[in-house]
Design a protein around this ligand. Structure first.
Ligand code: AMP
Length: 492
């Protein structure tokens, strides 16, 4: 099957040919003809399947007829994160280069004024995150009554992030007769329910099970201590030991942890950036750009910020925290081993993660073997604690007192319960750690103290204890020859 059989316009076919793609992916092959026939589509597909082009290409074909009116977009695409929204815009820029379409991005962290003036000029394609879109409609600067086609992308992620009420409000603002394309990676009952209310007699298209992990990815687990500083220490050893490490994403479960791990790695001389939902848009874009260009080989990220990002050729993924949702594991390690390349995914597993790891292994249908190498098992391997009881309860209550403000945009993971089963022992368990060889040159930068600017704070204040811990960590970059120290402009 070639693209020319799908009913796309000549302009769009020329743009596809210019990108070098010759064969449509299964989601493209199945969805494009239905979109062009003005049918509603329920697409069950995860990122990496080519689903963005599956709606962008037919939309470009449909949009060739007609003109945009001021403040009344013709089509609307809803994305859960700013990065995904920006990525969809890039797709329109790439495939729509030969068309004079106005494409606007309504995302947080960008001035209302600029977005407003773009809306006034008339917009063919509006790509938005739900919160910012509603801000504009409430200010009266945007009317959704002209929307002919609505795309709800990453619907299961929208659910995780608490966006479904916003989506329901938006759906009431667009005409009932619009065409709707609804994409989700998974089909939990709540998504099934809302898809029934948003879609009219949809064509259901399902491509490759989301639970499959790319075969080219070697997956390992390493047993770590429960204390964050022990995990950070282990992470550094893993980074230094990693074979063929070209670049890596290091995933943490919480934004707060992203900030702490980022600062710690930076302090230890690693060339690192950070990506999480509380950073302002320009900092997020800058970090991502630097990572894409290879200026920063390491990126510490939260799930929400990294979901669906198209970052080609990531050699390694590290799970600093085991994700509490097995689906997230699949998404995380899907960042490596793309397009048939080899990749490595290493998860730091503590005694609190046994249920999560068991759920992941069930989902991917394989056990994750221990990594080769001498990684000492920490005191909590016996189920013991790393800190005194009163300290633990104080930490717990501090967390609890902050719990009043629930983050709207980023999911709070389930807290592991006491009594979770112990994970399997990593290979080499019980042996003491050997001195580790030096890290590959590219992953280091000058020590934090030599950086031109102070490390800016990231979003919400970090817990003082974690910050103190990072500050008191002995930096271990003294062994680096001077020529390996290259400055990095990491704005977080
Ligand atoms: P997506 O699932 O939309 O995130 O797309 C994943 C990657 O697949 C992106 O880098 C696209 O540029 C690429 N892609 C999309 N369609 C095709 C195609 N027909 N052939 C090869 N690569 C594609």
């Amino acid at each position: 099957m070639s693209f020319s059989h799908l009913g796309l316009s000549d302009k769009v076919l020329a743009a596809v040919a210019a990108t070098g793609y010759t064969t449509p992916t299964p989601i493209q092959e199945q969805a494009i003809p239905h979109v062009l026939a003005r049918r509603d589509v329920l697409g069950i597909a995860q990122t990496g399947t080519g689903k963005t082009a599956a709606f962008v290409l037919p939309m470009l074909t449909l949009l060739e007829k007609g003109r945009a009116r001021a403040r009344m977009p013709r089509t609307l695409i809803l994305e859960p994160t700013r990065e995904l929204a920006a990525q969809v815009k890039e797709n329109f820029d790439k495939y729509g280069a030969g068309q004079k379409l106005n494409v606007a991005l309504l995302i947080g962290g960008v001035s209302f004024g600029d977005q407003d003036s773009k809306l006034t000029r008339g917009v063919d394609v509006l790509i938005a995150t739900p919160g910012r879109l509603l801000d504009h409609t409430e200010r009266g600067g945007l009317l959704l009554t002209g929307v002919e086609l609505l795309v709800i992308d990453e619907a299961d992620r929208m659910l995780d992030m608490g966006f479904i009420p916003d989506i329901e409000r938006i759906c009431k603002l667009v005409p009932f007769t619009r065409q709707t394309l609804f994409f989700t990676a998974t089909m939990p009952p709540e998504i099934s329910r809302i898809s029934e209310t948003f879609l009219h007699n949809p064509e259901r298209i399902e491509v490759s099970k989301p639970a499959t992990t790319a075969t080219g990815v070697s997956q390992f687990q390493v047993r770590g201590g429960r204390e964050p500083h022990e995990k950070r220490d282990l992470l550094r050893r893993l980074l230094r030991d990693a074979k063929d490490l070209n670049n890596a994403i290091i995933f943490c479960n919480r934004k707060r942890e992203v900030a702490v791990v980022y600062k710690s790695l930076q302090k230890h001389g690693f060339s690192v950036g950070a990506l999480h939902g509380d950073m302002d848009q320009s900092a997020r874009t800058a970090a991502l750009d630097q990572f894409r260009k290879g200026e920063i080989p390491l990126l510490v990220a939260s799930d929400v910020a990294a979901r669906g990002l198209d970052i080609p050729a990531v050699s390694h993924v590290f799970n600093f925290d085991v994700p509490h949702h097995a689906d997230d594991y699949v998404h995380r390690i899907g960042r490596t081993g793309r397009a048939g390349r080899a990749g490595t995914a290493i998860s730091i597993v503590t005694s609190l993660d046994s249920k999560s790891i068991a759920a992941i292994e069930r989902l991917i249908g394989q056990t994750i073997p221990p990594a080769e190498g001498d990684y000492a098992v920490h005191p909590d391997a016996s189920g013991g604690t790393d800190q005194p009881r009163e300290h633990r309860s104080r930490e717990g209550s501090r967390e609890g007192s902050r719990g009043g403000r629930k983050p709207r945009r980023e999911r709070e993971p389930r807290q592991p319960k006491a009594g979770d089963r112990e994970p399997r022992q990593a290979k080499g368990a019980g042996r003491s750690a050997k001195p580790q060889p030096e890290a590959p040159a590219a992953i280091f930068t000058p020590p934090a103290s030599a950086q031109p600017s102070r490390v800016p704070s990231i979003g919400r204040p970090e817990p003082r204890r974690a910050q103190r811990e990072v500050e008191s960590e002995p930096a271990d970059h003294s062994h680096l020859p001077a020529f390996l120290l290259r400055p990095v402009r990491a704005r977080v």
